[in-house]
Design a protein around this ligand. Structure first.
Ligand SMILES: Cc1cc2nc3c(=O)[nH]c(=O)nc-3n(C[C@H](O)[C@H](O)[C@H](O)COP(=O)(O)OP(=O)(O)OC[C@H]3O[C@@H](n4cnc5c(N)ncnc54)[C@H](O)[C@@H]3O)c2cc1C
Length: 291
């Protein structure tokens, strides 16, 4: 189903985000995981798009395999950072040839290990330009990112929301949010989004915590707050992978319960190529075909 047709049924639509693994063995393991996750009946799987050339091609290959061999609905993430217009147009063409219409249109971040990184002189300059380009072709349904805790580069909250509005006016039909570990950020964000006249579905991005160092790293990278109450629990499970996973399931379940009660139209899980946490959370919520 196209993104334009989702989030309308009155029941929350669940989607699952994956990333391209580094080795061929890990790719095969990922597709085993996809088979397990299929039973949760997600409305789509999405695949992230890397900063380097080879992983970008891998993303497109994996999306093709998801859509055409695993036969699951697929959304491809696409960024424009460091690429010429031609490369971006080629990526869009490849998606279309693979039958993929759902797209998360991103600018992307400059590689962290390249302090002197310069944008490609002949590339698209912003996510808005990519959205406008993709939107010219009615084939594509376009999701965009939203930042409940304000994007670290934004001047302030108001300019961040104004930029989100530009992304929607350019052709975005759904917002998927950055991770947050305190729902109050999401509720404040959604209030401001609606006040700004943005009417499209806004889907919270949910991170099931898998390890303490990992969540600390992700939160710092994304500019997401680690609430004191979460930090207190993380200290207790530091050094225990099982403890961290269990706490992650419990926290995400409680987050999702509150979000669903507030009427969110869907949940987007940052599954990090693992099945267990997403399965258990959906089972706790009695969602996704899990008994
Ligand atoms: C659901 C999700 C999935 C993601 N997947 C990927 C992925 O696959 N690959 C990847 O590389 N990264 C991914 N990211 C990370 C994302 O690229 C970074 O968060 C990035 O820093 C910003 O997101 P964006 O690319 O959508 O940028 P944008 O939304 O285009 O820009 C980020 C912010 O910068 C400000 N801004 C940018 N341009 C302007 C302008 N011209 N005028 C005024 N303000 C401006 C706005 O405040 C805006 O909110 C993902 C993020 C999310 C939330």
């Amino acid at each position: 189903m196209r993104l334009t047709e989702l989030y309308r049924s009155g029941k929350p639509d669940v989607s699952i985000e994956l990333f391209p693994p580094k080795t061929p063995e890990a790719v095969e393991k990922l597709f085993e995981t996809v088979e397990q996750l299929k039973s949760l009946r997600p409305v789509f799987f999405s695949m992230t798009f890397g900063a380097a050339g080879s992983t970008r091609d891998l993303t497109l290959d994996l999306c093709d395999r998801l859509k055409n061999r695993s036969k699951v609905e697929t959304m491809c993430h696409l960024n424009i950072i460091g690429q010429s217009r031609e490369e971006t147009l080629r990526n869009l063409k490849r998606l279309k040839e693979a039958g993929i219409y759902n797209l998360l249109a991103l600018r992307g971040d400059p590689p962290k290990d390249q302090p002197n990184f310069k944008p490609h002189p002949e590339g698209f300059r912003s996510s808005v330009e990519l959205i406008e380009e993709a939107h010219r072709d009615p084939w594509f349904s376009i999701a965009v990112t939203g930042f409940p805790e304000v994007h670290p580069e934004a001047q302030d909250r108001a300019s961040d929301i104004a930029y989100l509005k530009r992304k929607i006016e350019a052709g975005g039909c759904v917002v998927i949010t950055q991770l947050f570990l305190d729902n109050s950020y999401f509720f404040e964000f959604i209030g401001l989004v609606r006040k700004a006249g943005i009417a499209v579905p806004v889907v919270p991005g949910i991170l099931p915590i898998l390890s303490v160092p990992q969540v600390r790293k992700f939160a710092a990278l994304c500019g997401s707050t680690l609430p004191v109450s979460v930090e207190r629990e993380l200290v207790k499970v530091e050094g225990s992978e099982e403890g961290a996973v269990k706490y992650g399931i419990d926290l995400a379940t409680r987050q999702c319960e509150e979000l669903l009660k507030a009427g969110v139209p869907g949940l987007h899980f940052y599954a990090l190529n693992r099945a267990r946490s997403t399965k258990e959370i959906l089972s706790n919520l009695r969602l996704g075909g899990v008994k």
